[in-house]
Design a protein around this ligand. Structure first.
Ligand code: UD1
Length: 420
């Protein structure tokens, strides 16, 4: 199995170009199920999760050409509406085909995604919303069996909890439903916003984008003429490289990103003492003389993203004092803490709160990635640690970071991918 070997404490410099956002690309690919004709999607990140969703579409009978960060997808030939266990179990976001398949074909079977390293992650809100829209849902042999023979109908959906993929599923289902769907308390992440904008440009009437109430007027079952799409930059990848600059106390520039999407991350870096400069589509981080401890509470956008929590935990190990990190979205998203302790970190966990006592002198270690973002935190710690770090189980990283080691090498890091 591949692993990453890092020789730490090398200063970084230069710039790194950010790829398209995986979490924006996934719902956009799923949304092609709603399209009448071929759709081209560019700026796709070359990561495993994208390949997995394309494989799922392939399984359903869709055709596509894929390469060089671009896919042309034709879903007009879909003949199956069964999303199989083998694929869904490798990527929870496969649940994103539920809304569009049901809306377009009136039936589908999607394997239940099951447990996941960062917590229970139920899909009850997705299912309740589909039921409200007139679908009959049963769970049979590990599959969600959904039927809406007369089509879905618009209604009001009130989300008790803000859910990103749940909102995306409902938006896609509502696009082809009969009448008006109102979503109260939708997610407002930039990835959700891009999906809404693309559907709107494709002729679906949508009001309230980026607000707390989204209204979608469905086509009554008619597939849509979907515009070609360029995926927005990955704010989590950009944030991770900013942390790489910070943890090595280096000046680096993150290019082709959207600084406005990173406000909460930039504020925390500045609170920790790092000068950060926003430019047009780029952000530069500068070294600091003193790293201050930080208090972080994860929340929905525009709050501090849970997908940046692990990277900031790694960074806070170097802070001069005690940092407090509260994870409010997922109940088991501190698995990186015990791996970080292998570098010498002192971290106390109590429920959803991690107390990180810094500063720590980090020493390279063999560590194991447990989930996607946790993996990048271990790489960051490796960049700051003295000696050699081996990060194992990097298939988690490959799900969401395009050419991570190449991009870090470009910044001057001593990091290689090895087989062992
Ligand atoms: C998405 C992102 C993920 C990110 C997360 C939170 C994608 C592909 N993944 O995941 O990277 O960490 O948003 O920003 O975009 N919940 C329920 N019932 C449901 C759905 C969710 O209780 O039916 C709960 C979850 O357990 C969690 C919270 O709601 O506690 C938010 O989860 P959600 O926004 O749905 O996360 P995902 O869409 O799975």
């Amino acid at each position: 199995m591949d692993f990453l070997q890092i020789r730490g404490r090398r200063p970084l410099s230069g710039s790194v170009t950010i790829s398209g956002a995986k979490n924006a690309a996934l719902p956009l690919i799923a949304a092609t199920i709603l399209a009448r004709e071929k759709v081209a999607i560019s700026n796709l990140p070359d990561v495993k999760d994208i390949q997995t969703l394309l494989k799922l579409l392939d399984n359903l009978g869709a055709r596509f050409e894929y390469g060089q960060n671009r896919a042309v997808i034709d879903t007009s030939a879909i003949e199956s509406t069964v999303a199989k266990y083998d694929i869904v179990r490798t990527m929870r976001a496969s649940i994103l085909v539920l809304g569009p398949l049901l809306a377009r074909f009136g039936h589908c079977e999607v394997s239940l995604p099951g447990g996941c390293a960062i917590g229970q992650r139920p899909i009850d809100l997705h299912l309740k919303a589909m039921e409200r829209m007139g679908a009959e849902i049963t769970i049979k042999s590990g599959y969600v069996v959904a039927r809406a023979p007369k089509g879905l109908r618009g209604t009001t959906i009130i989300f008790d909890k803000i859910t990103v993929t749940g909102t995306e599923n409902v938006v896609m289902a509502a696009a082809l439903a009969q009448g008006k769907t109102t979503i109260i308390n939708p997610a407002k992440e930039p990835e959700v916003t891009q999906l809404c904008r693309v559907l709107k440009e494709s002729g679906v009437e949508i009001e309230g984008i980026e607000s707390d109430e989204l209204t979608i007027y469905g086509t009554g079952g008619e597939p849509i003429e979907m515009v070609n799409i360029s995926v927005i930059p990955d704010r989590i990848e950009a944030g991770t490289y900013l942390c790489a600059g910070a943890i090595t106390n280096s000046q680096i520039t993150v290019r082709e990103c959207e600084p406005d999407h990173l406000e909460a991350v930039i504020v925390k870096l500045m609170e920790m003492g790092f000068p950060v400069e926003k430019g047009d589509g780029e952000i530069t981080i500068y070294p600091t003389e003193k790293i201050y401890p930080v208090e972080i509470i994860t929340s929905e956008y525009p709050g501090f993203p849970t997908d940046m929590q692990a990277q900031f935990m790694a960074l806070s190990l170097l802070a001069d004092g005690t940092s407090i990190i509260e994870e409010r979205l997922f109940e088991n998203r501190f698995m990186h803490a015990s791996e970080l302790m292998r570098f010498g970190a002192t971290i106390q966990l109590k429920g959803s709160i991690a107390t990180v006592i810094g500063p720590t002198k980090l020493y390279g270690a063999d560590v194991m990635a447990t989930d996607l973002r946790a993996s990048s935190a271990l790489v960051l710690a490796g960049l700051a640690a003295e000696g050699v770090t081996n990060v194992h189980r990097i298939y988690h990283l490959d799900r969401g970071y395009e050419r991570l080691e190449k991009k870090l090498q470009g910044l001057g890091a001593d990091i290689v991918r090895l087989k062992g």
